[in-house]
Design a protein around this ligand. Structure first.
Ligand code: F6R
Length: 615
């Protein structure tokens, strides 16, 4: 959601800001804008649409020189997506310019107050209120920009990552964050600002991630000063060395980030278990789990909180953790959990799963669980993200940057982490036989090879996609470990191809959804040899008897389902518990090809954002 980019230094700011905005496109947006300062004037261009539309407009409207610039991609919350509501927003005097990611919840009373004092508003946004509030504070109290921003922010509620520029004092940009991410790249004689580090990775590998409630004055040729917004106390900047590289955030020859990320899965699963899984020695070592082993072993319950695809990974983990460790597990939508006054105590372990580490609902669920005394463990992909900092301990998934809005490699690496966790706890609790424990370790080690083999279904997935690309509905069925995979398959299809799709536990069909089956309804059934094979074969027969079209994901060499299904996709054999890592691959590919064939924007589906930083 909303992307922020800024530059202050000696280079031309425009190309840095535009390229940075393109790197942040994956976050989801509907309009874009840029402000440049050339030593004399503020130059502004903004538009509804994509960054390419902004480029076209900016080149016509303004001269693009200047070594200070800020840019924004907006995901509409207050006010429809249009040119006027796009950021940057300018204060009434024309001196202050702001970009903002987040929501100012009390913008309405503030706006009324500002209107009484003569302010005029051009947009419907909460952001325009904020920039004028800063201006009002600045004028009334005769303050420099940093101080005025601080005073104003202490009057607002909500979430924000902001960058503010003041034409009267044009050698600085003031930034602040609460609830929305903000990274500052530190170069030689230059600073970069962005929602994540991807816009500045080729310029510097030194970055500071602002913590919630912090702000920074970024001045040319001066060390950066970070302070707490609330009490003005100074904070020592913690400079991190970035781990990502440019290649990781580019498409690498693939047509879309999503396809690249699907094909990266063998490598990133290996990265996820590297240094943690020692199959030959029979060891799993995850420092976060190791350091808190007692907490896990004494847990009366594990509660998993997450959203979307991460919630599906949580459902897979429920099956695995309960089977391997015999600890009761509950899986909750973070958005429901945070508002239903859940019963939690200090004997509970809460696991928060999030690719971005910025999802607002998951973050709120974590805070609630902490307030109630639970130990909270994070499973996050983005290092330095808000969730990985807010949790008591955690494990990163090491999937590398996931740019496609539809989550793919995040899902399989989350499952990999959670399988390792379950195995480590099972070893400590003695709830798995030694033979099974070693067997799972060996099998996990060769999973990347099997994922590679599953990726060979790409052509088959494309062929099936061609047949079903015009379907209006689809059903996904699975049982046991593959019920969450059915949910995930359906989510992938609907979010990128806009075809209505639902996932069900296969046996639930006869309790209602079977009424939907007719000769136009494709039903994707996940039917690997292990698990509840015979049961799912019966479910397939039930669909067949009602003329449904069956696309079955089966273990290589399967003959029984082959005889019943209209189309089959063959995957390599694995044990039931690890099968979601394999069965999910052809479903990702199928959704991808259907979306491409329908001409959809695969990497940036309509209405969606990569990090959902508002509730
Ligand atoms: C689906 C998808 C979303 C996210 C959800 C949670 O492909 O990407 O459903 O899984 O918004 O995001 P994270 O994992 O970043 O908390």
């Amino acid at each position: 959601m909303c992307g922020i980019v800024g530059y202050i230094g000696y280079r031309e700011a425009y190309p840095i800001v535009i390229k940075g905005l393109k790197r942040l496109e994956y976050r989801g947006y509907d309009s874009a804008g840029v402000m440049l300062y050339d030593g004399n004037d503020i130059k502004l261009s903004k538009t509804k649409g994509k960054v390419v539309d902004l480029e076209a407009k900016a080149l016509k409207e303004i001269s693009t020189n200047g070594t200070i610039g800020i840019g924004h991609t907006r995901w509409a919350t207050h006010g429809v997506p249009n040119d006027v509501n796009s950021h940057p927003h300018v204060s009434n005097s024309g001196d202050l310019v702001i970009i903002h990611n987040g929501i100012i919840e009390n913008y309405a009373p503030l706006k009324v107050e500002l209107i009484k004092r003569g302010y005029v508003f051009h947009s419907d946004t909460d952001t325009e209120v904020l920039v004028n509030l800063i201006e009002e504070v600045q004028k009334k109290e005769n303050l420099k920009l940093g101080k005025a921003v601080q005073v104003a922010l202490n009057q607002v509620f909500g979430a924000y990552a902001i960058a503010v520029f003041d034409k009267k004092n044009p050698d600085e940009i003031v930034v602040a964050r609460l609830g929305s991410p903000l990274a500052i790249g530190i170069g030689e004689g230059e600073y970069f600002i962005a929602s994540d580090a991807s816009p500045f990775i080729e310029y510097t590998s030194n970055a500071v991630y602002l913590e919630d409630g912090e702000m920074a004055n970024i001045r040319l040729h001066k060390p950066m000063k970070i302070r707490k917004i609330k009490d003005d106390s100074l904070v020592d900047p913690y400079i991190q060395e970035l781990q990502m590289n440019l290649e990781q955030i580019e498409k690498g020859g693939y047509d879309h980030f999503m396809l690249k990320e699907i094909f990266e899965q063998p490598d990133v699963i290996t990265d996820t278990y590297r240094g943690r899984l020692h199959a030959n020695e029979g060891i799993i070592q995850m420092s976060g789990v190791e350091d808190n082993l007692e907490k896990f072993l004494n847990a009366e319950r594990i509660i998993i909180v997450a959203c979307g695809t991460s919630w599906h990974a949580g459902l897979v983990a429920e099956y695995i953790l309960e089977e391997f460790t015999r600890i009761p597990v509950e899986v909750e939508y973070a958005s429901e959990f945070r508002y239903r006054n859940p019963i939690i105590n200090s004997k509970d372990v809460v696991i928060a799963i999030s690719q971005s580490g910025e999802t607002a609902d998951t973050m709120a669920a974590i805070k609630l669980a902490k307030e109630k005394g639970a130990f909270v463990y994070g499973v996050c992909n983005v290092v330095g993200s808000s969730i990985s900092r807010e949790t008591h301990a955690g494990s990163h998934t090491h999937a590398g940057p996931e740019i496609g809005v539809a989550s793919t490699k995040a899902f399989t690496t989350q499952i990999t982490v959670l399988i390792m966790m379950a195995l480590r706890l099972a070893k400590a609790k003695g709830t798995l036989s030694k033979t099974d424990f070693h067997r799972y370790l060996q099998e996990l080690e060769i999973i990347p090879e099997k994922v590679k083999e599953a990726l060979e279904t790409n052509d088959k997935a494309k062929e099936i996609a061609t047949i079903f690309k015009n379907s209006h509905n689809c059903l996904y069925l699975g049982r046991g470990y593959n019920f969450p995979v059915a949910l995930e398959g359906a989510l992938k299809l609907k979010e990128i191809s806009y075809i209505h799709a639902e996932g069900y536990p296969a046996a639930e069909m006869k309790h209602g959804p079977i009424a939907l089956i007719d000769e136009r309804m494709p039903v994707i059934v996940i039917a690997p040899k292990q698990g509840h094979y015979d049961k799912i074969v019966s479910n397939i027969q039930e669909i067949k008897s009602r003329s449904g079209i069956i696309i079955a994901v089966v273990t290589k060499g399967d003959t029984q389902v082959r005889g019943l299904a209209d189309h089959i996709i063959e995957i390599p054999e694995t044990s039931d518990a690890l099968s979601p890592l394999i069965t999910t691959i052809p479903l990702q590919l199928l959704s991808y090809h259907i979306a491409v064939l329908r001409g959809c924007n695969v990497d940036q589906p309509r209405n969606l954002a990569k990090s959902v930083t508002v509730e």
